[in-house]
Design a protein around this ligand. Structure first.
Ligand SMILES: Cc1cc2nc3c(=O)[nH]c(=O)nc-3n(C[C@H](O)[C@H](O)[C@H](O)COP(=O)(O)O)c2cc1C
Length: 226
């Protein structure tokens, strides 16, 4: 199905002074730098409305040709969470037993992670993010997607930032491989599991790896050609 170019005025623009821009940018940095991947959650429930608002934010992300090649399967069912934990731990046992290879396992030592994933049952929500290899148009015809991993990565970033803004903790989890998520969650074969996002409140005694607090300085991550 073809869509014609149909321009509409930019619906919103911000008229900020340079000083306001800087202040906003610095405030955002101060806030986002408090985010960390959490592996110790409480079972305190989180309203579905909060999750929905954060997903709406994620859904505003840019994507190749605006095809929005993502699906967020949100799980709060204890039975489904248990199934996911069992399947993920089975994968992770093989991974940590050597499938990952020496270099990867050595790199992971500083993270203190192992094959046990109790948070997959404790946390109130698991958001399984799927990337659409291809989609379907309004007529049900197969439609190509462009820059699918990039697009889903950006939407996932929006989602993590929105959840952090809502006061929630997340873990970007990637049991390897994740095909079991299609089966457990009944997702179609055109969708590839991308990330399993664990969402909830951190436990009182939540710890994080010290290594995770070390972020590269600006000089190492950016160059300016002026
Ligand atoms: C694509 C991706 C996959 C990840 N997979 C896992 C994972 O399977 N298990 C885990 O404990 N952490 C995982 N992490 C979290 C990283 O270990 C974490 O982001 C990193 O150590 C930096 O810590 P921070 O998120 O607290 O800044 C993953 C992160 C990303 C971006």
């Amino acid at each position: 199905m073809d869509y014609e170019y149909d321009p509409v005025p930019l619906p919103y623009r911000q008229a900020l002074s340079d000083a306001e821009s800087l202040q906003r940018a610095e405030n955002f940095y101060r806030h986002i730098r408090t985010r960390h991947s959490v592996r110790h959650f409480t079972d305190r429930p989180v309203d579905r409305a909060v999750i929905e608002a954060c997903l709406l934010a994620a859904g505003t992300a840019p994507s190749g040709a605006n095809h929005q090649p993502w699906h967020f399967a949100c799980v709060s069912s204890s039975a489904k969470k248990r199934e996911i934990r069992e399947a993920a731990e089975a994968e992770e046992r093989e991974f940590y037993a050597g499938k990952a290879g020496d270099e990867w396992l050595s790199d992971l030592k500083k993270m203190g992670t192992d094959a046990q994933k109790p948070f997959l049952e404790t946390a109130p929500w698991l958001i399984a993010i799927f990337a659409e290899r291809y989609g379907f148009d309004d007529a049900g015809e197969r439609r190509k997607n462009y820059y699918m991993p990039e697009s889903v990565g950006i939407a996932t970033g929006f989602l993590i930032a929105a959840l952090h803004e809502a006061g929630l903790a997340t873990l970007t989890h990637t049991p390897n491989p994740m095909k079991f998520l299609n089966e457990i969650l009944g997702r179609p074969t055109n969708e590839r599991p991308y990330i399993l996002l664990v969402v909830g409140h951190p436990s009182e005694d939540a710890m994080i790896p010290g290594a995770a607090t070390v972020k590269k300085p600006l000089e190492q991550i950016a160059s300016f050609i002026e």
